[in-house]
Design a binder for this molecule. Structure first.
Ligand code: PHE
Length: 365
């Protein structure tokens, strides 16, 4: 028997007055939301969205059926369907954000490079001696209540010289054999690699937070040919203390304290008059020679003493350049080479060993 066909069904159905049953819209929405929620990836989400709103969806057949409604009902039903579509699309967008984040996360996790190498036994290598000594010095100064500060290695003339009371053409400039940089326009301000850490004094003073108790470790640069006691890149620690009523006695006591902390109690310190444009009075501080213990040898030129660094009371011109009132505040500064200090403490005869990367040397410390 041939299947029954009813041709009249394909002819336009009569206009219907009732809009859609709201329960049916509710079902469509709930089902769509379930589908979107269940989607575990972006591709699945697209599929779920197509199932909810695509050509073969219940939603679309309702949409197509709008044509059968009379004008007023069509308007209401059309609006209801459009709102439904918007809600489903918004839910899909929300889900998409979540899934995209998860996929990005997964991709990062997948792409992460594992740069650790598993080696048996204790970790190979250790900090360079200069770094070890720098950290030890930092600990000593922190123990004395100092902050550890840092400053830029590329500096201007003002911070390196002028604010430190070294005007252009001052003869002291020649003792800081400086690397100049040409950055930017010819004739523009000169930049340079700081030839000492003293410019950080200026940065600290300009900051305007007083009192100051600061130790500043860092690299310094001078145009020196490498030899047993010189490197063009070396390390210094700058000290700056500014408070009310600071005296030269405080400076001498401070130097004594950190020298003993680093070298031990049996080492003595002494100050000898010297000249630095940014301190007045100025001194060099020396310790008893570590090689001959003060008896006199080649290393200390038979004096029994070895120079460690420079120091002095902050010059009023430095206070003036940075807007600090010298009537109210006084202070001292010092600076010394970390590499030289390490050299003396460990009886190393040639500074160049620090940068030659010979593991037989480095391994000893
Ligand atoms: N900046 C001086 C140098 O490098 C050392 C110094 C620092 C002297 C602070 C006095 C005060 O030689």
């Amino acid at each position: 028997m041939a299947p029954e066909t009813n041709l009249s069904e394909s002819s336009p159905s009569p206009a219907v007055e009732a809009p859609f049953d709201p329960r049916e819209l509710g079902e469509i929405e709930a089902e769509a939301r379930r589908g979107l929620e269940a989607a575990a990836g972006l591709a699945a989400l697209e599929e779920a969205e197509r199932e909810a709103l695509g050509r073969r969806s219940r939603f679309s057949s309702l949409y197509r059926a709008l044509g059968a409604l009379d004008a007023a009902a069509r308007k209401d039903a059309g609006r209801a369907l459009n709102e439904l579509r918007r809600r489903i699309e918004a839910a899909a967008d929300e889900r998409r954000v979540v899934l995209e984040a998860a996929e990005r996360e997964a991709r990062l996790e997948r792409d992460r490079l594992d740069l650790t190498e598993v080696l048996p036994g204790p970790a190979p290598g250790h900090l360079h001696l200069v770094t070890q000594v720098r950290e030890e010095l930092e600990d000593v100064f922190v123990g004395m209540g100092y902050e550890i500060a840092e400053g830029p290695e590329v500096e201007t003339d003002w911070y390196s010289f002028q604010a430190l009371n070294i005007p252009p053409d001052h003869p002291a400039r020649s003792s800081f054999d400086t690397f100049f940089l040409e950055l930017g326009e010819p004739g523009a301000e000169n930049y340079l690699l700081r030839p000492h850490t003293s410019p950080v004094q200026i940065h600290l003073l300009e900051r305007g937070r007083l009192p100051i108790y600061a130790a500043v470790p860092g690299r310094a640069y001078r145009r020196d040919t490498p030899d047993a006691t010189h490197l063009p890149v070396f390390h210094q620690v700058e000290g700056l203390v500014v408070d009310r009523g600071i005296t030269f006695g405080d400076l001498a006591g401070t130097i004594d304290t950190f020298v003993h902390a680093i070298f031990g109690e049996e080492v003595s310190t002494r100050l000898r008059p010297a000249y630095f444009p940014f301190t007045e009075p100025s001194a060099e501080f020396e310790i008893t020679c570590r090689i001959c213990h003060g008896a006199g040898c080649r290393t200390c030129s038979m004096t029994g003493w070895i120079e460690l660094g420079g120091c002095g009371m902050v010059h009023p011109a430095v206070f003036e350049a940075t807007g600090v009132d010298p009537e109210e505040w006084s202070g001292f500064a010092f600076g010394f080479g970390i590499d030289r200090l390490a050299m003396m403490r460990h009886g190393i005869s040639d500074l160049r060993s620090f940068v030659e990367n010979d593991v037989r040397f480095l391994r000893q410390f």
